[in-house]
Design a protein around this ligand. Structure first.
Ligand code: FAD
Length: 435
C-alpha cells in the first residue's frame, strides 16, 4: 500500500535518533516530512535483534539515562515500560576480588565506606560528594559549556587517588565513553556524571529499539521509507537515491553520521574530492569502537543474582570490560527459563570473533565460575563507529545550518549520546520552522 507524499516535503536523510527527532518536531508543527533510511529498520545505532529462540539482543550494550532533557521532552516513558538498572556496580578488582558499590554517586559515603570496600580513601569519597554538589548547581547546558580538559586530567586535578581512578572511574566512565583511557572531554564527563546522579540507567522492556520505534510509530504512515539509500544531493534542493530517482525537497536535513554526511555532500557536485569544507564546518569522523558478545545460560539461573547491577572489570588487559544481565532487568530479554549475558569489550580492533569468544569464556569462567564455559554463545556485534570521539576543545554544538534549506544533525554535531542526537534533531526542526 502506498501513501501520498506531498510534492516537496522536507526530506530527512537517516532515521536514527536525530532524524526521527527532527521528523517528530516538524510533524508536530504541521510540516510535511519524508524520512529516507538506508537500512531495513529505523534506529541507526539503536537497534535490537530478536533471535528465533526469543532473546532480545541490543546491538551493543546501551541504556537511556532517564533524566536526559531531550529524552524527557520527546518520549512517552510510560509506553516504553522502562526498566531500571540498580544504581552502582559490582567491580572486579585486579586481585580477582569483587566489591559492590551501591549508588556511588547518590550516596558516596555509604557506597564506598562498607568496611570491606577496598576502593578509595576518605578524601576520595568526600570529593565525590563535592562533585555531586557542583553538578547539581548547574544545568546540563552549563556543564557542557564549561572549559574542558581530558577526563583523566580533570580527575587527577580534582585530587582523586590513582587507585580510585583505576578501580572506579576508568571502568565505570570508560564503559560509558567506550574509552578506557578517559581521553574524552571533561565537560561531557561532568554532564554524564550529573545524569547518573539525577536519573536512572534504564532500558525499555522490549529492547532499546523501542526508542526509535516509538518515534517512528507516531509519524503518519508512509513518512519513513526504509531500504532507501541516498546517493547525493542535487542543486541543494533535490535528493538523488542510489536507484537514480530524484526527489524534490523544500528543505534537506542530513541526519547521517559524519562520514556519510561528508560523502553525501561531496556527491552534491558529483565530485567526491570536492569536500564541502567551507560551508559545512568541521567533520569529526573519528569514532570509538566497541564489541558486544552475548551468551545465554542453559538454565534459568542468572549469574547476575538478579541484583540488576552492572559488572565492571578493573583488571588491566582484560577483554571482558563490562558485563550486564539484561534479562534480570527486563524479563522479556530472554525466553522463559534462560538468562542472557551481555559482555562488552571496548576499543579492541584486532581480534576476530573466533579468537575473542574463547578468550572471553576463559575470563568469564575465572570471574563467574566454571559454568561459564557452558554458556551458549549467541552472537557478537562489532560496532566500528559506535560513538564519535569527543575531545576537549570540541564545541558541544556545531553549526547545524549548512546552506539555505540544507541542514545537518546527529550526535557527531554535538556530543556522543542519545541526548546529543535528539537535541540536534529538535534544533534543526526549529530552524526550519522559523526560516
Ligand atoms: C554500542 C553503543 C552503545 C551506546 N550507548 C549509549 C548510552 O548508553 N547512552 C547514550 O546516550 N548513547 C549511547 N550510544 C550513542 C547513541 O546510540 C548515539 O549517539 C545515537 O543513536 C546517534 O544517533 P544519530 O541519529 O546521530 O546517528 P545514527 O544512529 O548513526 O543514525 C544515522 C542514520 O543514517 C542512516 N544513513 C546513513 N547513510 C545514509 C544514506 N546514504 N541514505 C539513507 N540513510 C543513511 C543510517 O543507516 C542511520 O540509520 C551508544 C551507541 C552505541 C553504538
Amino acid at each position: 500500500m502506498s501513501f501520498p507524499v506531498p510534492s516537496e516535503p522536507i526530506i530527512i536523510i537517516g532515521a536514527g535518533m536525530a532524524g526521527l527527532a527532527c521528523a517528530t518536531w516538524l510533524h508536530r508543527a504541521g510540516r510535511p516530512v519524508l524520512v529516507l533510511e538506508a537500512a531495513d529498520a529505523v534506529g541507526g545505532r539503536v537497534r535490537t535483534d530478536v533471535t528465533p529462540e526469543g532473546f532480545r539482543l541490543d546491538r551493543g550494550f546501551q541504556v537511556l539515562q532517564t533524566n536526559y532533557p531531550e529524552a524527557r521532552r520527546i518520549f512517552d516513558y510510560k509506553a516504553l515500560k522502562l526498566k531500571a538498572f540498580s544504581s552502582g556496580a559490582v567491580i572486579r578488582l585486579p586481585t580477582g576480588r569483587e566489591t559492590t558499590v551501591q549508588s556511588p554517586l547518590q550516596k558516596p559515603l555509604a557506597a564506598f565506606s562498607a568496611l570491606a570496600s577496598p576502593i578509595g580513601t576518605l578524601s576520595d569519597k568526600l570529593r565525590i560528594l563535592s562533585l555531586v554538589r557542583h553538578v547539581l548547581k548547574h544545568t546540563p547546558e552549563q556543564l557542557l559549556a564549561r572549559p574542558a580538559t581530558d577526563t583523566l586530567t580533570f580527575l587527577r586535578r580534582y585530587g582523586w587517588s590513582e587507585q580510585m581512578i583505576n578501580s572506579f572511574f576508568k571502568p565505570f566512565f570508560g564503559g560509558v565513553f567506550l574509552d578506557r583511557e578517559l581521553t574524552t572531554a571533561s565537560n561531557f564527563f561532568e554532564f554524564i556524571f550529573q545524569q547518573f546522579v539525577t536519573g536512572t540507567a534504564s532500558i525499555p522492556a522490549l529492547g532499546i529499539q523501542e526508542l526509535p520505534d516509538q518515534l517512528a510509530g507516531r509519524l503518519p504512515a508512509g513518512t519513513v521509507r526504509l531500504n532507501t539509500p541516498v546517493a547525493g544531493i542535487v542543486d541543494g534542493r533535490q535528493v538523488r537515491l542510489t536507484t537514480g530517482q530524484v526527489l524534490p525537497a523544500s528543505a534537506i536535513v542530513l541526519a547521517t553520521d559524519g562520514l556519510a554526511t561528508l560523502r553525501l555532500l561531496a556527491g552534491r557536485s558529483g565530485n567526491p574530492n570536492d569536500a564541502p569544507t567551507a560551508e559545512a564546518g568541521s567533520y569529526p569522523t573519528a569514532a570509538r569502537i566497541t564489541t558486544c558478545t552475548y551468551f545465554a545460560t542453559p538454565g534459568g539461573h542468572s549469574p547476575g543474582r538478579n541484583d540488576k547491577l552492572l559488572r565492571l572489570n578493573a583488571t588491566p588487559g582484560a577483554l571482558a570490560h563490562n558485563v550486564a544481565f539484561p534479562a534480570d532487568v527486563s524479563g522479556a530479554y530472554a525466553p522463559a527459563g534462560r538468562s542472557l549475558i551481555s559482555v562488552s569489550t571496548h576499543g579492541e580492533r584486532s581480534l576476530e570473533e573466533a579468537e575473542l569468544v574463547p578468550l572471553l569464556r576463559q575470563e568469564l569462567a575465572a570471574w563467574f565460575g566454571p559454568a561459564a564455559r557452558d554458556w551458549e554463545h549467541l552472537r557478537t556485534y562489532r560496532i566500528a563507529a559506535a560513538l564519535p570521539v569527543y575531545l576537549a576543545g570540541q564545541p558541544p554544538r556545531q553549526p547545524l545550518m549548512l546552506a539555505e534549506n540544507l541542514y545537518r544533525c546527529g550526535d557527531w554535531t554535538s556530543y556522543p549520546s542519545l541526548n546529543g542526537a535528539l537535541g540536534t534533531g529538535r534544533e534543526v526542526a526549529e530552524l526550519i520552522i522559523k526560516a
